[in-house]
Design a binder for this molecule. Structure first.
Ligand SMILES: [Zn+2]
Length: 352
């Protein structure tokens, strides 16, 4: 028979064992149900990977053709995300730094559904046979108002990914959209954009109170139509800076209307990080942090860089390590962190 003393020490040992077991399991418990977004370094191209709380992968754009970008994407999906398939691949438009890596990537990893704007006859030669014939389970053409068919996790809020616009057509305002209260007077227009950038897919992710906008390379005047006269986007937590941070995009009125808390710029050492873009982001009401994939190394423009801890890659050219950065949204959608593995920086933010 145990004495009182003996019972107490047995109880204490049980508690210790429980605490030990919990500390082993806790990291998995804490990451299960989170939403992650990774920005893979495509050296001035785009490759954004979303891993959903239900464990699906959505890749938005594939970087450039060749070994480098598809190789980095494949490695990150397998080694960081621990997945072996791209369930949904969204190609936002037919510029090389976005669709270019798709065919090479399909040889490295299985692709579920490929979504794009549809290859029009005039674009067939541009995208080439490799893209037209790449191996995937299904191909779908997106139109404004489409919602990607995503699996939902058992707990946690609903995750949606909606197409707000594509091929220069946006969703129609409905009763939920507000007339934009941010005055547009004082903001200029630019020359019409006749390039493929204008056709970009505009994709809005929502997970509870968390919103993430990826509008690819949408350009200045078209950004205006997204927020005038109705704000079709609303306010977002995280904004992937349009067009790698080039000043042909990133209309100041648009940025100030969607009011991001965090901006992530998939720039290159000499591409993007435009002075007007950076000024528009820094003056945006509610902005808390700007992150960059690369440090801008253009001479005399070092002042455009964010804090060095918030930059994934400091070295340029062949010396570039190809580091990624990622956000992790809590299972309840109430908060998120932005992580820069190179520097160890972890920024903590509340969703709005
Ligand atoms: Zn681009």
């Amino acid at each position: 028979m145990l004495t009182k003393e003996g019972e107490r020490s047995m109880h204490f040992r049980k508690l210790l064992l429980l605490a030990f077991l919990f500390s082993c399991l806790a990291p998995n418990l804490l990451t299960a149900g989170t939403l992650k977004v990774y920005w893979i370094d495509a050296e001035g191209g785009a490759a954004t990977l979303v891993v959903t709380p239900a464990g699906e992968s959505i890749l938005i754009d594939t970087g450039n053709p060749g070994e480098r970008d598809p190789g980095r994407i494949n490695k990150l999906i397998r080694e960081e995300a621990g997945l072996s398939i791209i369930d949904h691949l969204v190609v936002t438009h037919f510029d090389r730094d976005h669709y270019g890596g798709a065919a090479d990537l399909s040889k490295l990893i299985s692709i579920g559904t490929l979504y794009d704007q549809g290859v029009r006859p005039q674009d067939r030669a541009r995208v080439g046979e490799a893209y037209l014939n790449l191996e995937c389970e299904a191909r779908l053409v997106l139109t404004p108002g489409d919602e990607l068919p995503l699996k939902q996790s058992a707990n946690g809020p609903k995750l949606t990914a909606n197409v707000l616009g594509i091929l220069q057509r946006n969703i129609q305002p409905n009763g939920l959209h507000q007339p934009n209260p941010v005055p547009s007077s004082g903001y200029s227009r630019k020359e019409p954009d006749l390039s493929h950038n204008a056709n970009s897919v505009i994709l809005l992710f929502e997970y509870g109170d968390f919103q993430f906008l990826d509008a690819a390379d949408l350009s200045w005047n078209l950004e205006e139509y997204l927020v005038s006269p109705y704000n079709l986007v609303g306010e977002v937590d995280v904004y992937q800076v349009d067009h790698h941070g080039l000043d042909r995009s990133n209309n100041t009125h648009f940025i100030h209307s969607i009011k991001p808390t965090v901006a992530v710029m998939n720039n290159a050492h000499k591409k993007g990080t435009g002075p007007q873009t950076v000024a528009g982001l820094r003056s945006s009401p509610g902005i808390e942090a700007i992150y960059q994939i690369h440090k801008c190394t253009r001479e005399g423009e070092g002042h455009l860089n964010t804090h060095e801890d918030k930059i994934a890659n400091l070295k340029s050219g062949d010396a570039c390590d190809g580091n990624h950065l990622f956000i992790s949204v809590a299972a309840d959608g109430e908060s998120y962190t932005v992580n820069v593995p190179r520097s160890g920086h972890v920024g903590k933010y509340k969703t709005r």
